[in-house]
Design a protein around this ligand. Structure first.
Ligand SMILES: Nc1nc2c(ncn2[C@@H]2O[C@H](COP(=O)(O)OP(=O)(O)OP(=O)(O)O)[C@@H](O)[C@H]2O)c(=O)[nH]1
Ligand SMILES: [Mg+2]
Length: 408
């Protein structure tokens, strides 16, 4: 089976633009006939990261993706996106839609926190004049809320865990297992213990504060939060974006206009413009087909977003979440390492997003359990080089797996 799909959760208080961002991300990046319905559940859909496709590097004319798209040399690889219910302060105590929010959050691997960078919504989501509300405060408040929720979940698990730990041969395994419902893996747990300075302390002697410190570090490691500073088309956003970057660090803040990306993708879908998501411009296909209002809307996006900020930021946001925060790399499994095709002759049909450090044998397991079990060696299709099971895959590797007896 393909690599476990990562899930990106969109969080934030009400009225900041979460649903608009979700809609913008889950619209197809190209106009295509009969495009597949991309909503998996009411609030879960398919979005795409964008990356230079390896077919360009290989000097091929094209590729034939089985999932996602390849547009003008850019590969759009699917990722799952979830629009989480709006968060209000106190949600971790079950206030508002708190419980639904927490259930959704458990499943996420990385969180996009949407803030209204124009400062035009107050803490309860009510519209106020732009520039009135401070998005830096808002961002801190929400992150604290997520931390509190995580701490309370871990604390309530802890008693049961410590009772079982006494009869357990491998306490760490037991802990990892106890936390598996939170999309937490062994690496996250080990890293959070290290960051908390608790490596040398037995689980049963952890104090309440130790558990809390561990929980908050575990949240940071297993559900990192990247900030989408939304509504950059509105005037006061510029100053707030700078302040957010100062507070949270440049690489954790992406200025976006969700509505601008949504409008552009819609226009693209209708064949009204040519646009590659993430680019700084678009072209109108036939201006006589556009109403005055549509032309005004596009002009607004051009002036207030694209020319000023370089793009709508939405593609950059999801790319950053997947490539910089989750540090996933792209590998292309093939069956014919000369033609770069699968069994049916499709060129580079699959692009897998896998964790940095994934080995050749682990990749074999992702393709098919049998292939993993009977793995002999792998071949680097770019160089023809033979690779052992422990070979750590590199970004943009094109790999053939050779196995005993497996027919693929
Ligand atoms: N100016 C501007 N407005 C935006 C942008 N993105 C979203 N909005 C507006 O912000 C308002 C709220 O958008 P939603 O997407 O419904 O917000 P939400 O966070 O999903 O709200 P809840 O579901 O109620 O929590 C709408 O009026 C949007 O049109 C943007 O980039 N710029
Ligand atoms: Mg919404």
């Amino acid at each position: 089976m393909p690599p476990p799909e990562k899930l990106i959760g969109i969080i934030g208080k009400t009225n900041v633009g979460k649903t608009t961002l979700f809609a913008a991300l889950t619209l197809a990046p190209a106009k295509i006939a009969n495009h597949p319905f991309t909503t998996i559940e009411p609030n879960v859909g398919v979005g795409y990261v964008k990356k230079r496709c390896v077919h360009i590097e290989l000097g091929l004319e094209k590729c034939q993706p089985r999932t996602g798209f390849c547009i003008k040399g850019y590969r759009f690889i699917p990722v799952k996106i979830m629009d989480v219910a709006g968060l209000i302060p106190g949600a971790h105590k079950g206030k508002g839609l708190g419980n639904k929010f927490m259930d959704d959050l458990r499943k996420a691997d990385v969180l996009i926190h949407v803030v209204d960078a124009s400062g035009s919504t107050d803490s309860d989501g009510n519209p106020v004049p732009p520039g009135t509300y401070d998005p830096v405060e808002e961002a801190k408040l929400i992150q604290r809320e997520v931390d509190e929720w995580f701490a309370s979940v871990i604390t309530s698990l802890w008693d049961r865990f410590t009772r079982r730990v006494l009869s357990s041969k491998n306490p760490l395994d037991l802990l990892v297992q106890s936390l598996s419902g939170l999309s937490v893996n062994r690496y996250h747990v080990v890293e959070a213990i290290r960051r908390s300075g608790l490596e040398d302390k037995k689980f049963i002697s952890w104090s309440k504060d130790d558990v809390r410190t561990f929980a908050i570090n575990l949240r940071r490691v297993s559900k990192p939060i990247i900030i989408a500073a939304n509504k950059i088309d509105l005037e006061p956003a510029e100053e707030n974006v700078a302040r957010l970057k100062e507070e949270f660090g440049e690489e954790w803040v992406v200025p976006v206009s969700a509505i601008a990306e949504y409008v552009l993708k819609k226009a693209l879908e209708k064949g009204l413009i040519e646009y590659i998501p993430g680019e700084k411009s678009f072209t109108i296909v036939d201006s006589s087909k556009l109403s005055k209002q549509q032309l005004r809307g596009l002009k607004y996006i051009e002036e207030r977003v694209l020319e000023k900020w370089g793009s709508t930021g939405v593609q950059e946001l999801v790319n950053r979440a997947v490539f910089n925060v989750l540090k996933l790399i792209t590998v292309y499994p093939v069956e014919d390492h000369h033609k770069y095709t699968d069994h049916y002759g499709n060129i580079l049909p699959d692009a897998y997003l896998v964790p940095n450090g994934t080995t050749a044998r682990e990749l074999a397991y992702m393709i098919h359990t049998d292939l993993g079990k009977t793995f002999l060696y792998a071949i680097n299709a770019k160089t023809g080089e033979k690779l052992g099971e422990d070979y750590k895959l590199k970004d943009n590797d094109v790999i053939k797996i050779v196995a005993a007896g497996a027919h693929h």
